[in-house]
Design a protein around this ligand. Sequence first.
Ligand SMILES: Nc1ncnc2c1ncn2[C@@H]1O[C@H](COP(=O)(O)OP(=O)(O)O)[C@@H](O)[C@H]1O
Ligand SMILES: [Mg+2]
Length: 503
Amino acid sequence: MAPVPLGGTIRRMSHTDPLPRDAQSILELAARSMFDLFANASEGMMLVDRDARVVWINDQYRRFLPALGFEREEDFVGQSVSSVVQNTQMHRVLATGKPILIDLLDNRAGTFVVSRIPLRDAQGEVIGVLGIVLFDHPETTLQPLIAKFARLEQDLKEAQRQLASQRRTKYTFASFVGSSPAAVEVKRQARRAAQSTSPVLLLGETGTGKELLAHAIHAASPRAGKAFVGVNMAAVPESLLESEFFGVAPGAYTGADKKGRDGKFKLADGGTLFLDELGDMPMAMQVKLLRALQDGEIEPLGSNQVVRCDVRVVAATSRDLPQMVRDGLFREDLFYRLNVLPIRVPPLRERQSDLPALIETLCEDIAARGGGSPLEIGAEAQALLAAQAWRGNIRELRNVLEQLALRTDAALITAADVAAVLREAGLPELAPIRAMPAATDAPADLRPLPEQIAELEQRAIAAALAHTGGNRAAAARLLGISRASLYDRLGSPDGVSETQTTV
Ligand SMILES: Nc1ncnc2c1ncn2[C@@H]1O[C@H](COP(=O)(O)OP(=O)(O)O)[C@@H](O)[C@H]1O
Ligand SMILES: [Mg+2]
């Protein structure tokens, strides 16, 4: 075995009171015995000097050299350890002076259980590190431990993969079903917003598709290639909101967050930050959010450095924000900052002509998830569904359809099935069954006249087409307009005729 500088491995207890001569030599002997034991029992040893250069390897270590990419010992010894052993941590031990008693080292030569011990001189200065390969092939020697490690690593990869796929946009404008004038208009506004860099504010009741539109806006924007990151103000406890948004610097906390954590701003860098249920944001957080948006930079908790973040904000709320501003519950300056491109998302009752198409899409989606074939809903059952107030809008409609899917194996859903599910769901009094399409319960006088006229027109066309079984020429005659004029009005690619006549 090559000579080894041993002096540094023994630290005297005190410089003023040196050990008696015989105790000193016993210690040195013990150290040498331990060293020999490790040298023989281990799979290899290496020594680096205070500059992290490899100064010595033992005979056993030599057999790893080919796998590490070295033919000759001379090419390995003398090099900086990090340039010849991937993933080495020897420099960390040099820097901290603390041993790493047991660790897994993974590199091109294999996976090893290693130990790294700092060497100190008589003054206590770290002058090098002894690296010991305790086992190679830990997969056999340390089978249970490695299996657990592999399982955790697998879980981590899976979680990271899921997270990445969740951050990708789920919906595009095509996912927003509807060809009623109100639906067409909201999609038109959202498409235009996608091309802008200004903040978007989606306003509408719960379940109207605000989140879906936020995804679609991102997917149609130049930022589509980057992350879409959502934060739901109503779902995150107030005390955690700040770290959720801005992240935590390494070492700011002990425990799980010791390593630091990126906030949503950082995760959304270059992409879109979706602030859901904006009206539920606490005042204190509103101030901080406003500052972050104005400055384009954030300060992670426990850090005193600012980080630049480029995010495009899309916010949504079902609350009446202007009223909240008047009541002093929402900051006016933040409201104006976010209310640049407001989009009102209409409730279902204002676009009842979309119901058949929505029902069809939702049934297909439910079937795709459940693995069965889509529900088929009879005409009377459809009419009954169409007559509901749908306070929870599309989400509530979806729940009812899910209940129907669970409830029956029959090929055709009847009005009685629907009535039973509505009753079980505790939904308000059933409206009388009436024919489709029906869109008369919208608060007509509250909407722009052109919108109402367009809606009336579409409804009349749909009724005429239904009456003529889809025959456009006959429908045009019934309506007293030219065929060309009818085609003109059916112009949109997802034209009204398809959705209406299939009912
Ligand atoms: N126009 C639409 N077409 C198809 N599905 C829709 C539409 N609008 C909403 N949904 C569905 O309804 C549910 C509620 O929509 P969501 O976007 O979460 O509403 P909000 O954020 O306004 O509460 C979701 O499952 C969504 O996919
Ligand atoms: Mg929502």
